[in-house]
Every structure is written in structure tokens, then in C-alpha cells.
Write a protein that binds this ligand. Structure first.
Ligand SMILES: [Zn+2]
Length: 266
């Protein structure tokens, strides 16, 4: 693999302005021309051998001419979901580098005794008390609920872009199974009961440090009542009368597209 690295600044990727393949790492020579000598971090690439390199710029570092930032959230909307599911692809390497870069910022000191942590190949270890800290990965579920009329439930969250509807999602709580999370989130947010909960697909979702687990489920009881806290509206939609949907890089869009093509009807 060539000597290249991802450059991050806060929640954004930093790239030369002319770059079109945003999920590709940048040659280290190019980075040094722009920023001079920087601290490059290497992490295990997991699959193809070798390492993934990254640079974490201080938020106050001004960008040299010819460089720009793109927010990671914006980026995952334009990188195809298939590329992210396959962790061996360039998008998988970028998401791994970003997740580790965020974690390193938050794990400088031991959470138990406050000493400065040391790096090992996959973790950080406290030299004073021996506590080992691994990158945190927080499971979150997202579920496509369908009913007997061939409709799917889509909801508008108050944090979404106006008019955009998506699937019911939420974080798994401590001590909870994924199936319980699916049932609880659906009950809390729209007051529905579901059956036939089936796992479909997963995707790294580093906003922050999540692993998004996509499920399908069938409506088994109750009428829609939105919680009024997170959700502003939720409705059953026919596949040919859909509202605005989330970007192509999301698990949500991936599941909705599979449902439209009839893959989940049984
Ligand atoms: Zn310690």
C-alpha cells in the first residue's frame, strides 16, 4: 500500500480541493507539502494487512490554500452503503480511521486513575493501574416496520431536514438485547407492537462511535401515536407515494430501497 493517510479536523475530513475520490487516503507527501511535518497515527487495517494512517489536526489549525473540509456526515450521504458494509473497501478504512481518531481524542487519560494512557496495537493501557481501554462501539438499531396493507412506517424526527421521513431508530441500553431494543424503541416512539423481528444488515455509523444494526419487523398491534419528544410525525406510506427520504449512504435508505423492490414481503 502506498504511504498515504486520512486527515481529520474535528468532525470533518480534510482534502485537497481537487480531490474527487473523497474516501481515498491522501499521499503523505501531499499532506506534508500543505501542513509541514505532522504526527501520523497508524492503526491495524484488520483485513488486507498493513496499516491505516491518519492525522488529527488541531481545530484551530488554519487550512493552507488549496485544501478544504467536508463533514463526515455529509460524506456518508454520498458514499454508497454497499461500500461501507464491505469493511475491506476504501469507505470501510475511512470510517475505521475516523472512529479511532475520535476515540483517541477522548482516551488520552485513564478513566480510572487519571494517568496518561499508553498505546498498544489495538487499545490504550494505563501504565499506573493497568486499566485497558478499547475503542467504544455503541450498538444502535433501526427498523423497517411493514403492515398487512404493504405499507411501511416512516417518521419525521424534529432534528431531520424538513420533509424528510426515516425509520425508527435508537441506541441499545445497558443490559438489553437487540430484539428488546427494537420493541422498546417502537413502543416508545410510535406506540406500536411488532412481531417477526429479523436482522438484515449493519453499518459503522461514527456519529459518534455507533454500529447501526438494521432490522425488519411486522406490525402486530396498536395505532400510531408519536411521542412528541423526538418525533413530530409518523405515518404508514405506500411504496409508490413516499416522502423525501434519507441519503443513499444510510442504512435507512438501504432498507427502504430493499422494501420498495419487494425483498422483505413474505
Ligand atoms: Zn489508571
Amino acid at each position: 500500500m502506498s504511504d498515504s493517510a486520512y486527515v481529520f479536523q474535528g468532525n470533518s475530513l480534510v482534502v485537497p480541493e481537487e480531490t474527487s475520490q473523497l474516501e481515498e487516503a491522501i499521499p503523505v507527501g501531499t499532506i506534508q507539502q500543505g501542513f509541514g511535518s505532522l504526527d501520523i497515527v497508524s492503526i491495524d487495517a484488520l483485513y488486507e494487512g498493513g496499516t491505516i494512517q491518519s492525522v488529527d489536526l488541531d481545530p484551530k489549525t488554519p487550512l493552507p490554500p488549496g485544501w478544504r473540509t467536508i463533514s463526515m456526515r455529509e460524506l456518508v450521504n454520498i458514499v454508497a452503503m454497499e461500500n461501507m458494509v464491505d469493511g475491506t473497501g476504501t469507505a470501510g478504512r475511512l470510517l475505521r480511521a475516523y472512529h479511532i481518531s475520535q476515540w483517541r481524542r477522548e482516551s488520552v487519560f485513564c478513566g480510572s486513575c487519571g494517568s496518561r494512557n499508553q498505546d498498544t496495537s489495538l487499545a490504550r493501557r494505563c501504565p499506573a493501574c493497568g486499566r485497558v481501554e478499547f475503542p467504544r462501539i455503541s450498538p444502535a438499531i433501526i427498523t423497517l416496520i411493514s403492515n398487512d396493507k404493504g405499507q411501511a412506517l416512516l417518521a419525521h424526527n424534529r432534528n431531520f431536514t424538513p420533509g424528510v421521513y426515516s425509520l425508527i431508530a435508537g441506541f441499545t441500553e445497558a443490559g438489553e438485547s437487540l430484539e428488546s431494543t427494537v420493541k422498546r424503541e417502537i413502543r416508545e416512539e410510535v406506540s406500536l407492537e411488532v412481531r417477526d423481528i429479523r436482522y438484515q444488515v449493519s453499518q459503522p455509523w461514527p456519529f459518534p462511535n455507533s454500529l447501526m444494526l438494521g432490522f425488519t419487523a411486522r406490525h402486530s398491534g396498536g395505532n400510531i401515536q408519536v411521542d412528541g419528544v423526538e418525533l413530530e410525525d409518523a405515518r404508514w406510506f405506500d411504496p409508490d407515494k413516499l416522502p423525501l427520504l434519507p441519503g443513499y449512504g444510510s442504512v435507512s435508505r438501504y432498507l427502504i430501497n430493499k422494501w420498495i423492490s419487494g425483498e422483505f414481503s413474505s
